[in-house]
Write a protein that binds this ligand. Structure first.
Ligand code: ADP
Length: 308
């Protein structure tokens, strides 16, 4: 059952307040977080590659070394002289988090500028993942390059998974944002939206409305995440079903709840789980992630996978 997954997007340097005015450095980004959780829960004979663009500087070297340490492969990543990864800082004030970003000139914005490299990475994969954030950072012609490769992958029978991950701050125009997210969904076989974002930006009145909208755009499989209300799935010709969230004793940090769900869900589907079982496992992983600090929670703090 060996196979390979490819996740495409932007990973940034993360600076977080630590003791005594120090800053702690990490690396995160929705599509990388998803790759990280997929790697944790995929069978050992699967590979996970990350696709992005970084620089040739020390910061980029360190980022790639970090990725390799997590087991996510970096050989497909573009290296661009003179550019650097984006960076963000997490501010903590009275328990509330806010973020500052330095990403407008990040190397990742060029990830689709070498279409042959992009195509060969996608051709080598069985499962491809990208998000609305991947699309948001690209120039319109680069969006078209990426989406045409996704449509080609879908037509070729690959699983193409898309999380709309709607972030209005990354888009200069709300109409273009919605049209591009819809184009992303059309290019995908599976859409993994979060209901609160979809309700806010597409006006969906219910989780069912989100499912119907994305199915009408051509996604065969839809799993709508709805925080503590759980996940609703409609896969292929199977009946719609609801999978409850797993209990969280104390919410510590909700960062990466959706990403950890996506990664572990895709991993268990790839391993052959039925969608309901994969979603129940992913809900347990996401619940554990919410109970700990940071986007990338260590394996030993997460549920063991009894199926492997
Ligand atoms: P996102 O982080 O993308 O906004 P959600 O908030 O919908 O996504 O959360 C993703 C998943 O994380 C949910 O489907 C659920 O399994 C889990 N989750 C989120 N919030 C909670 C919560 N308060 N209690 C239990 N599980 C949660």
């Amino acid at each position: 059952m060996k196979g390979s997954m490819l996740s495409i997007g932007e990973c940034m340097v993360e600076l977080m307040q630590a003791e005594g005015g120090m800053l702690r450095k990490g690396y995160a980004g929705d599509t990388f977080n998803t790759a990280y959780y997929a790697r944790l829960f995929l069978p050992a004979d699967w590979t996970v590659d990350y696709f992005t663009a970084v620089g040739t500087d020390v910061v980029s070297d360190e980022m790639l070394a970090f990725m390799e340490d997590t087991g996510v492969r970096t050989a497909r990543i573009r290296r661009l002289e003179g550019l650097m990864p984006g960076l963000y800082m997490i501010h903590l004030k009275d328990g509330e988090r806010s973020f500052s970003y330095w990403r407008s000139t990040s190397a990742a914005k060029r990830l689709a500028d070498d279409p042959d490299r992009l195509r060969s990475a996608i051709e080598a994969a069985d499962v491809v993942f990208f998000s609305g954030i991947t699309l948001a950072i690209l120039a319109p012609d680069a969006v078209e390059t990426l989406l045409s490769e996704m449509r080609r992958a879908k037509a070729g029978g690959k699983r193409v998974a898309f999380d709309p991950n709607i972030r209005p701050r990354l888009w200069d125009d709300a109409a273009r944002m919605r049209a591009t997210i819809e184009a992303g969904a059309r290019a995908a076989t599976m859409v993994l939206p979060s209901y609160d974002d979809e309700a806010a930006h597409f006006g969906d009145a219910s989780v069912g409305a989100t499912i119907e909208r994305y199915r009408a755009l051509g996604a065969e499989d839809v799993a709508v995440k709805d925080g503590a209300n759980g996940v609703t799935l409609e896969f292929g010709k199977e009946a719609r079903l609801h999978v409850p969230a797993a209990p969280v004793s104390r919410i510590v940090d909700t960062t990466s709840a959706g990403d950890s769900f996506n990664g572990s869900f895709l991993a268990r589907l790839a391993a052959g789980d039925r969608p309901a079982d994969a979603a129940a496992f992913a809900a347990r992983v996401a619940a554990a992630v919410i109970g700990h600090h940071g986007a990338l929670v260590e394996r030993k703090k997460l549920p063991a996978d009894s199926m492997m």
